[in-house]
Write a protein that binds this ligand. Sequence first.
Ligand SMILES: *[C@@H]1O[C@H](CO)[C@@H](O)[C@H](O)[C@H]1NC(C)=O
Length: 362
Amino acid sequence: MLRPSFTALLTVILSTGVANAWFRLPCTLPMVQERIDPIVNPNQSPSQHVHTVHGGNNFYANTTYDSLRKSSCTNCLVRQDLSNYWFPKLYFHDRAKNTFEPVPDGGLLIYYQNRGTNDVANGGKGLKAFPKGFRMISGNPAARTKLYARGEGSQAELRERAIEWACLGPKNTYSFDLSPKQGFPTTNCQYGLNARIHMPACWDGVNLDSADHRSHVAHLSGLDNGACPSTHPVGLIRLFYEVTWRIDGFASRWKESDGWPFVYATGDATGHSWHGDFFNGWDVDVLQRAIDTCNSTPDQLAGIVDACPLFNIASQADAGKCKKSSSVPENVETTLTKLPGCNPLQYGPGDATIYSESNCPK
Ligand SMILES: *[C@@H]1O[C@H](CO)[C@@H](O)[C@H](O)[C@H]1NC(C)=O
């Protein structure tokens, strides 16, 4: 069965117990999947690799905060949020035929969390909404291994730890692969591969973006809790992405002895290139008021998005109608003989070369 299950995604519960998770923003099946990236490749079409995109439908290479605010809809459930959230698309690599088949995902679930010593619940002065024009990425498309000892705590190590996987099993059990070299798992996941991204939650308070799209922000010292570094003192509401890739639909097509057959659109068979992008499109006043007044108590129901009366919530059916056609004249959602763009499989462990189509090796 390749039909993605959105409800299955919603039942996934964070492993951290009674953390003060704040609200979970569900997004339905992808708004568009295409080679466009207004953060890394602004004003350039096509971009380097294929993305799966959620959020406001004014998603273009030239997207700005003001243009995003003019989106006519979003496929995420809170209508005042016209942000975009995107990540590389996953493909099944049929080695015998050397073809790449798109792997469906079950939608995106975004946790908006009040975390860290800046949160008023922890005695801090309060968390900030993302300012107009703010954007950031987490993770590294060139990465093909982990370089730092897990838990070492530097920002470089936190960036590596910010991407992770859980293999979903029966009755919503899941297991993590926490080996020091954590990359993709090696086994089929009965209910899909839950791919996760921790976004940075500390800001320098000045720059809306930076040349590498990372250095204006930083991770909390404990990744999902702790303090902001003195260089990035402003605490932001913390984003955590969960995507479930329905790899289970391919279970009959491969054996563990053949090796893991799924690859990211970056040409990555290791998993280490997993990354997420965020382009703010919120009504900033609504988000700030929600941060200040809508904190739900840390109980089983914490995080139900409907609990915040400030939000104008769409039904899943209505949000699911929000789609945009691709700006790039290529079909990335069919069986392909190569990954779109110039993304030959690169296994590392050194960083991958990021090719453009004009310097693509033959
Ligand atoms: C942005 O790009 C889209 C699609 O290519 C185009 O229709 C639109 O006019 C552009 N907007 C601006 C402000 O250039």
